[in-house]
Design a protein around this ligand. Sequence first.
Ligand SMILES: NC(=O)c1ccc[n+]([C@@H]2O[C@H](COP(=O)([O-])OP(=O)(O)OC[C@H]3O[C@@H](n4cnc5c(N)ncnc54)[C@H](OP(=O)(O)O)[C@@H]3O)[C@@H](O)[C@H]2O)c1
Length: 313
Amino acid sequence: MRSVKYSGAGAASEVIALDDVAAPEPGEGEVLVKVGAVGLNPVDVKIRAAAHDFGVIRYSDRPGWDVAGVVAAVGPGVQRWAEGDRVFALAAFPDAAHTLAEYAVVADADLAAVPDAWSTAEAGAAPLAALTAWQALEAAGVREGQRVLVLGAAGGVGHLAVQLAHARGAKVVATASPAKHDLVRDWGAAEVVDYRDDEALAAVEPVDAVIITVDDTLPPRQAVVDGTAVITITGLTEEVAQRLGSWGASPVSRILVKADGAQLARIAELADGGDVVVHLDSRFGLDELARAQERVESGRVTGKVVVIVVPEV
Ligand SMILES: NC(=O)c1ccc[n+]([C@@H]2O[C@H](COP(=O)([O-])OP(=O)(O)OC[C@H]3O[C@@H](n4cnc5c(N)ncnc54)[C@H](OP(=O)(O)O)[C@@H]3O)[C@@H](O)[C@H]2O)c1
């Protein structure tokens, strides 16, 4: 089967290659997936450039974490899937997985059934970003009737955070550049603010929760009041945490997404209910992975970048 292999640290155009290797075999509790589509995330490109672990996030020269496809075989002890089932997953994260290949082995516990409402490309693009959004909203305790500010609403995580918060019955306030405001409203935001417009940012009224998806970005001061939960998926220094705490924010925390097939199944239910769409910024073939990663590296992605591995899946 065709599989991606990195040759070391460096630029996408220099270190990404395809080679031919034997397809893996599923072990106990594992499923062999014929891979249709794989989403790309900033962590894929950051870890490729560095070629070493980032804390608990494992580097592998055979990369890929997101996946959607069909079950090709099941290992011993796997009861709930049969050959041909449409499945998707965030595989193993933050451990290494190897989904950028024509076949991938995925733990049963990481898998969920692809919602009927989503294409294979949409399902492959979603898992890491959708689970991050879900787990951030859980950490913030977002519930019906609350006001939630999503900083970076047009990106992979942000566009799903807007929709999942809206699906919980929250009123979503979002930041995005003006060209993306209509889309962000379509995803369910009640208010959209240009992140470069200081006056508009200063007019955002207090919120119950803030989800930060953009590096080095803080919510506007007046939006944070006693008890505002601030959850970031980017870096959080002790100094920034203390400053947010001095504004009254509580809790203040950084989360790292974890693979979770059960949560993915709940997101799939919302998708089938029409509450969550995956916006595809762009699609690339497996042999165009370097260009796909460069698109993610641009930082300008709207929604998700997806790699189509076996087109007929
Ligand atoms: N902790 C975790 O578990 C976890 C999980 C997933 C992602 N992450 C991290 O979270 C970050 C976001 O991930 P992602 O996949 O959502 O990234 P992404 O899809 O690459 O985000 C790109 C989007 O960010 C927008 N943006 C850039 N600067 C902005 C600003 N100052 N204010 C508002 N929007 C801005 C861009 O809009 P414009 O083009 O209009 O500027 C673009 O639409 C990355 O650093 C990633 O590594 C962490």
